[in-house]
Design a protein around this ligand. Structure first.
Ligand code: PBG
Length: 334
């Protein structure tokens, strides 16, 4: 910072600008808007189902017909996009996650009915095998390890069935090497030139995903208990930049950092280095910590907005958050 900007007391008093509401508003540097929000939703089989998720107070799984009701609200609130996660019946899970490439699987049926009812709402779908595998890993297990190249074969097919169903944004969250490139060329080959890829580029092997694994019922079966042979070491920062650089080269339109708040430093580095649309995922564990504290009256609910604004300050262009609906309601009433 140059001397010119530094100022000196008492000619400079930073509190002058803070004295009145109008001037606080005038100099506000960052802003949270409904356009920044992506709403993750859990879908399950059945009809008229709403199932509470114990470790995520206020979040439920919905059958397709009930998801449509939620989306009616989302569209009214002008939330630009939703991210869908399926809870697959355990009877349909197997070692190779074969449901993932079934064009009539739960996720594809959900995409189709959303697109039929709300064609303008952005639909984002995860590409990874964990909701579909009996062992709960994101890839195929060969000789006791999650096999990178064998997994790529399935992931590109999974992305293709989702694109066929009408998914706007394919979001690979599996962290296999080379998956963005393979998915991009599969999409090009099949004339899905405009299907977007939002890569979970810097995804850490985090314990903050615990409640999500309950939500899609994959926690009980996670063999070995850890995804650290493919998700990133929580201690690393430079490596995130390598991940992002590769994904951009391979054809990602947008990148994501995940989890969110514990990794604001990564968001800032990525945005500064690459200047590419950058998203943050405020994951299930972050949600549950905040929501649990609010429900117990340990924190004021205004912390939700404070947490989301922190992502904007760090440089994120948008945020996946389970608070999307309630914050959009608040923003629309301002
Ligand atoms: C699946 C996936 C996970 C999340 C999003 N996609 C969990 C994981 O990798 O184990 C976590 C989202 C959340 O915690 O809210 N690969």
């Amino acid at each position: 910072m140059s001397d010119f900007n530094m100022g000196q007391f008492p000619t400079t008093r930073l509190r002058r600008l803070r004295m009145k509401e109008f001037s606080r508003r005038m100099i506000s540097e960052n802003n949270l808007s409904v356009n920044d929000l992506i709403w993750p939703l859990f879908v399950c089989e059945g009809s008229d189902v709403v199932e509470k998720i114990n470790s995520m107070p206020g979040v439920s799984r919905y059958s397709i017909n009930n998801i449509l009701k939620e989306l009616e609200t989302a569209v009214k609130l002008k939330i630009p996009a939703v991210a869908l996660f399926p809870q697959i019946d355990s009877a349909l899970k197997d070692e190779s996650g074969s449901q993932a490439i079934d064009e009539n699987n739960l996720i594809c049926r959900t995409i189709k009915s959303i697109k039929k009812n709300f064609p303008d709402l952005g639909v984002i779908c995860d590409v990874a095998l964990d909701p579909f595998t009996s062992h709960g890993h994101d890839g195929l297990i060969v000789n006791d390890i999650v096999d990178n190249d064998a997994t790529l074969e399935i992931l590109e097919k999974q992305a293709l069935v989702q694109a066929h169903a009408g998914c706007d944004i394919i979001a690979p969250s599996d962290m296999m090497d080379g998956r963005v490139g393979r998915i991009r060329s599969m999409l090009e080959k099949n004339n899905f030139h405009n299907t977007l890829i939002l890569s979970y580029a810097a995804k850490y092997a985090s314990k903050f995903y615990g409640p999500f694994r309950d939500a899609i019922s994959s926690s009980g079966n996670l063999k070995g208990g850890s995804k650290s042979t493919y998700q990133m070491d929580i201690a690393n920062s430079d490596e995130a930049l390598r991940e992002i650089a590769l994904d951009i080269k391979e054809g990602a339109d947008m990148v994501m950092i995940k989890p969110g708040m514990p990794y604001l430093d990564i968001i800032q580095r990525v945005k500064t280095e690459f200047n590419i649309p950058t998203f943050a995922y405020q994951v299930s564990g972050e949600y549950s910590m905040i929501k649990g504290a609010i429900d117990n009256n340990w924190l004021d609910s205004k912390v939700i907005k404070e947490s989301l604004l922190s992502f904007k300050r760090a440089g994120a262009d948008g945020i996946l958050t389970y608070f999307a609906k309630e914050i959009a309601e608040e923003l629309n009433n301002e």
